[in-house]
Design a protein around this ligand. Sequence first.
Ligand code: ES4
Ligand code: ZN
Length: 334
Amino acid sequence: RDLTAFIARLPKAELHLHVEGSLEPELMMALAARNHVTVPYADVQAARDARASFTSLQDFLNLYYEGMSVLLTEQDFFDLTDAYLARAASEGVRHTEIMFDPQAHLNRGVPFSTFFPGLQRAVEEAPARHGLTASLIMCFMRDLGAESAADVLQQAVPYLQHISGVGLDSAEHGYPPSLFTEVFKKAGELGLKRMAHAGEEGGPENIWSAMKDLQVDRVDHGVRCLDDPQLVAHLEETQVALTVCPLSNLCLQVYPGSLGEKLRQLLQDTKVAVTVNSDDPAYFFHADSGGGYVNANYTYLANVAGLSASQLAQLAAAGFRASFLDDVAKRQHI
Ligand code: ES4
Ligand code: ZN
C-alpha cells in the first residue's frame, strides 16, 4: 500500500535538522552571486551532483562546511532558515527544533550578532508566515574541543532567551562526549536542554557517555544502541528519545550491514522512543523516497521497516512527545 499521501497529511514534529544542511544548491549559488563568493561549481546542477554520493561522515562534512561559505549577512541566515521553514510547513511539519553551528560561522569571521538575528527572526516569524512553531538549538562542534565550546556558550549568553538547548555534532571519532562534561553542566545550569550526536559513527559507549556524563534529554541518531542490549533496556526504561535520520544514515553509509534491518529491529523489536527527522535534507536526497526532507525519511522508513499507517502515526506523535514544547502544546498536537 502506498503510504505517501498518508505521511504527507500527518502532522509532524522535526527535532533533528541542521539549518546549514538545508542549504539547497539553488540558494547556495544565488547567495554566492549576491555576496561575490567563489564556489567550485559552474552551475546549480554541478553543485547538486557533488552531493550525490558520500562515502563517510567526514566526506559529507567537508562539503557541508564548504557550502556555508556563501552565508555572510543577517539576511542570508534569514533566507536560509525561512526557506527551510516554508518547505517543512509544506510537508506537514507543525513544530521544528532547528540546530545551528556557531563555530562554523565564527571561524569564518561571521559574528553571533550577524547570524543569530537572522536565524531568530525567521523562527519568530514562522507561525505567521508558515503556520508552524520553531525553536533554536546551538550545537558545539566536537572536533573543535571543549575550550572552544565553552567560549561559544559564553558568547551566546546575550541570546539565551531565544535558544532552547545545546547539542554536540560534527566528527564523532576521537571526540567522546565526556570531553564536554563541564560545558554541558554549565548549559544545564543556564536552563538549556541538552542533546548530543552519539552512536552515529561511534558505538554504544558514546550513547552511554552522552546519557551519564552529559545528562542529555535526547540522543541524536543513536542507532548503534542496538549493539548493546543493556543500553537498549536503559533507553526503553528512561524513554530518552533517539532522533533518527534514516536517509542521512543511508547516504553516509555509517552502519555496517543492512540499515533497513537495523531500523526495522529498532522500531519493531524494541520499545525505544524513536523520532524521524531529516538531518541535512539538502544533502541527503533519495529519488525513490521523494527527496531528502522529513516526508522522504518517513517514506523510506515505512518501506524498509514495513510500517503500517498506525505505526507511522505513532512515530509522528513520538516526535511531539520528545519535543521541548510544554505539555499543553504537546497535547494540542497529538
Ligand atoms: C551532521 Cl549527519 C551529521 N553528523 C554529525 N554532525 C553533523 N553536522 C551536520 N550534519
Ligand atoms: Zn545531525
